[in-house]
Ligand binder design. Structure first.
Ligand code: SPD
Length: 301
């Protein structure tokens, strides 16, 4: 469904190709594309898991593409990384041990280590090449990957939570879209293993796609989480380069409610999008999203 329309311009033998003056297009749905004018292709490779490219674009600066899908851009990454990180980390009153699944670009880890209570942050990323390329081409995003509190493990996140028990205060799932190997990161079995890997008062957040285009998926995830976590909520944020521009995050919690936070004890962290008011407001769902959550499970949206 999603492909790089200009893929033919990549010279896979050279690995790197200058696309000055051409456009990268991600087909976000069969009928809709986002196109970025490319200044230069900085890197291209086929890793053991996916096609990886870093392109420098006029509108959004350096952009990481995995399988021809925009993962992050230096200009708009803060919306996503702040919202997927600070909502769960401020919901937990004392997050000390944090797991990030996926997120090899380091954006979530950068936000996690801003929290003074965090003693250990484990990044479980399946593809070592994502981390290596982020460090080389996206240093402002990867900046904290070498922090003393951070351990990077090149493993399958699905397998990791299958093996862990009662370990983490907060788990953040910064996955790719639910295509290919990432499908398992959106499954009820995975969420049950996330629950098992959390401490008795732990909580987790996962990116759960566009409410505009993926209502059916969100509806099913919310139903799965309701059967596993006593508290489960959906929240939204604007991500300019993602399909539809409006993005969803699903939160499952054993004890703490993201809508009942004692803001006096929340740490002051430097952010460009996230604030306590944005946190509260992100849970206010527009009627069309509320309808998704209330619809019968198998409905079409
Ligand atoms: N449609 C793309 C969704 C990708 C979500 N994860 C991005 C990783 C950024 N750290």
């Amino acid at each position: 469904m999603l492909n790089l329309l200009l893929g033919k311009f990549f010279d896979k033998n050279k690995g790197v190709l200058n696309l000055r003056g051409t456009w990268f297009s991600e087909l976000q749905t069969p009928d809709l594309a986002i196109s970025l004018k490319v200044k230069e292709t900085l890197h291209y490779e086929k890793t053991p898991y996916q096609e990886l490219a870093v392109v420098d674009t006029e509108a959004y600066g350096r952009t990481l593409l995995l399988d021809n899908i925009i993962m992050t851009t230096v200009k708009d990454e803060f919306f996503y990384h702040e919202m997927i990180s600070h909502v769960p980390l401020n919901t937990h009153p004392n997050p000390r041990n944090v797991l990030v699944i996926g997120g090899g670009d380091g954006g979530v880890i950068r936000e996690v280590v801003k929290h003074p209570t965090v003693e250990k942050a484990t990044l479980v990323e399946i593809d070592a090449r994502v981390v290596a390329n982020a460090k080389e081409y996206l240093p402002e995003i990867a900046v904290a990957l070498d922090d003393a509190r951070v351990e990077v493990r090149y493993e399958d996140g699905i397998e990791h939570v299958r093996l862990m028990e009662d370990t983490y205060d907060v788990i953040i799932v910064d996955s790719t879209d639910p295509i290919g190997p990432a499908v398992g990161l959106f499954s009820a079995e995975f969420y049950r293993n996330v629950y098992k890997s959390l401490k008795a008062d732990g909580l987790f957040v996962a990116q759960t796609e566009s409410p505009f285009f993926s209502g059916k998926l969100i509806r099913r995830i919310q139903d799965d989480l309701a059967q596993i976590f006593p508290i489960n909520r959906l929240y939204l944020a604007t991500i300019p380069t993602y399909p539809g521009g409006l993005w969803s995050f699903s939160l499952g919690s054993k004890e703490y409610d993201p809508l009942r936070i004692d803001w006096k004890r929340a740490p002051q962290v430097a952010t460009r999008y996230y604030t306590p008011a944005i946190h509260q407001g992100a849970f206010a769902l527009p009627p069309f999203v509320q309808e998704i959550l209330e619809a019968p499970l198998e409905s079409e949206y």
